[in-house]
Design a protein around this ligand. Structure first.
Ligand SMILES: [Zn+2]
Ligand SMILES: [Zn+2]
Length: 154
């Protein structure tokens, strides 16, 4: 199920850096490069152990660094005190809505935000190189769940 092309690019990167192409690195690479969402190192660890693969956190962190350096994975900081990682999917610049209750991350695109930033910067003689926008809040599921009274345990 791993995309053979990105997998091969990660292998090629490891070889270029004279790093051993270990099965652990490839397993972590496959997981990250095909992840639909934004995984933390802990998520990677628990998904690997669900598959019966035991990989130490130190190895996971080192491999995540390698994936970021290879340009195949992008590091995100949602202000949670740890980093999350997502595959670089040639997406246009996108933004994140992060739920402070369940930790879910929703992506959205809106060209109007790009335009507003360009306009605001240009009006001040500023040439923007990059920007980030992160919205913290409560997702639809968590807002829906909130009013439900807790079940009494007798
Ligand atoms: Zn939520
Ligand atoms: Zn994203």
């Amino acid at each position: 199920m791993a995309d053979p092309d990105v997998r091969e690019r990660f292998r090629a990167f490891l070889r270029e850096q004279n790093l051993p192409v270990t099965s652990q690195r490839l397993v972590i690479g496959d997981l990250l490069l095909n992840a639909p969402g934004h995984l933390s190192a802990e998520d990677v660890s628990s998904q690997l152990s669900e598959k019966g693969q035991v990989v130490g956190l130190a190895t996971i962190y080192r491999t995540l660094d390698l994936l970021v350096n290879s340009g195949l994975v992008v590091e995100r900081d949602f202000g949670e005190g740890f980093k999350r990682f997502e595959p670089a999917r040639n997406l246009p610049h996108h933004y994140h809505l992060t739920c402070t209750v369940c930790g879910s991350v929703t992506e959205f695109l809106d060209e109007r935000i790009e335009q507003m930033i360009r306009t605001a910067a240009a009006a001040r003689g500023f040439v923007p190189s990059r920007h980030r926008l992160l919205v913290h809040g409560t997702c639809r599921d968590c807002r829906g769940a909130a009013p439900v009274p807790k079940r009494r345990t007798l």
